[in-house]
Design a protein around this ligand. Sequence first.
Ligand SMILES: [Zn+2]
Length: 75
Amino acid sequence: MCIGCQKRAFQKELIRLQKEKGQIVLYSGEGRSFYLCRVCLQGNRHISKIIAGRMKIDKSSVEALLKELSSNVKD
Ligand SMILES: [Zn+2]
């Protein structure tokens, strides 16, 4: 389930992430992870705010990650 929009999606459509040292990073293989769908990944400040709130993390780091991922992740 996507942390941003709460929708269920196929795993291949989800990006697996984790919180590490106060930052959100791509899942490294261990630790607690969560998913973000492609719609939210391409999303907006509203989504960043939701994620920041849920993960108790700084919103600017979420925005930076989303920006980076959306330019890297291809369909
Ligand atoms: Zn979503």
